[in-house]
Write a protein that binds this ligand. Structure first.
Ligand code: SAM
Length: 278
């Protein structure tokens, strides 16, 4: 009979957040698949455990994944842990879970620390509906497309960001959503220097430009105000508006499509494609 893959969340800073069930699971499994064995061994030491470990990280998923699956199919039980938080949330794990699901291996998720949920809960922004956006791409075009797709987003948006890119990301967010948009900058959650700064994107840019930040961040950004009651454009009318901006205001077609996409919620690519056919 095949074994089970356990998804074991680990603390995002405070070791006290490792649950008794997580500890029991780590003690019970046959082996642990870890994003960085040097990080995970500290948790095992804290628990007084010794376990065989294999590494499963972003750049070896294609080779390590099938090896872990083979052991599971042979009947061993495995705990997947990543450097911090819930495996498969913006860290390796997603592919392994998919592989196991496809092969019919049971996947048991343990609830536990996760930076996005912790930040959202503390943000003071609406939590009823939210969208998790993970990390923005480094590539300029992908980054811009990602942000453009969020222009009309009314749900609260949650982003992960590395500290050295925070100022650039805040500036990009302010450019797309406007400097008045509220943001909660959740830094070093559960750690000694935990801090939640609730401000606007414009003020955040000012604050951190002068004083570059340290530590890990989650950015929770307020959604757009629901569109005011007004004429709702059909796709046909939206394309017509793109053409009008192009003809009458001499906007480049791409820029016109971007603007109308932001106003109407239609896909920029679709508007562009239809407008150039006219
Ligand atoms: N799987 C993890 C989870 O469940 O949250 C996320 C892993 S992702 C590679 C790492 C990112 O999570 C960091 O860049 C940061 O944005 C966020 N993060 C992790 N720990 C954090 C903490 N203690 N405080 C604030 N953000 C944190």
């Amino acid at each position: 009979m095949a074994g089970t893959l356990y998804l074991v969340p680990t603390p995002i800073g405070n070791l006290g957040d490792l649950s008794p069930r997580a500890a029991e699971t780590l003690a019970a499994v046959d082996f642990i698949a870890a994003e960085d064995t040097r990080v995970s061994v500290k948790i095992l030491n804290h628990l007084g455990l010794k376990k065989p470990m294999v590494s499963y990280y972003r750049h070896n998923t294609e080779t390590s994944g099938p090896q872990i699956l083979r052991r599971l199919l042979e009947g061993e039980n495995c705990a997947l842990v990543t450097d911090a938080g819930t495996p498969a949330i913006s860290d390796p794990g997603e592919e392994l879970v998919a592989l196991c699901v496809e092969a019919g291996v049971t996947v048991v998720p343990l609830p536990g620390p996760c930076a996005l949920v912790t930040a959202l809960a503390a943000s003071g922004l609406p939590t009823g509906r939210f969208t998790f956006e993970g990390f923005l791409a480094m590539n300029k075009k992908n980054r811009r497309d990602h942000l453009d797709s969020l222009r009309g987003e009314t749900r609260t948006m949650v982003f992960y960001e590395a500290p050295h890119k925070l100022v650039a990301t805040l500036a990009d967010l302010a450019a797309v959503f406007g400097p008045e948009r509220r943001v909660a900058l959740c830094r070093e959650l559960t750690k000694l220097h935990e801090e939640v700064v609730r401000t606007t994107l414009g003020q955040a840019v000012e604050r951190y430009r002068e004083q570059p930040p340290r530590g890990e961040f989650v950015l929770v950004v307020e959604g757009a105000a629901p569109a005011e009651e007004g004429p709702v454009l059909t796709l046909e009318q939206a394309v017509e508006r793109v053409c009008a901006l192009y003809r009458e205001e001499q906007l480049p077609m791409k820029e016109a499509a971007r603007q109308v996409a932001a106003e109407t919620g239609f896909q920029k690519k679709e508007l562009y494609r239809l407008a150039v056919q006219r």
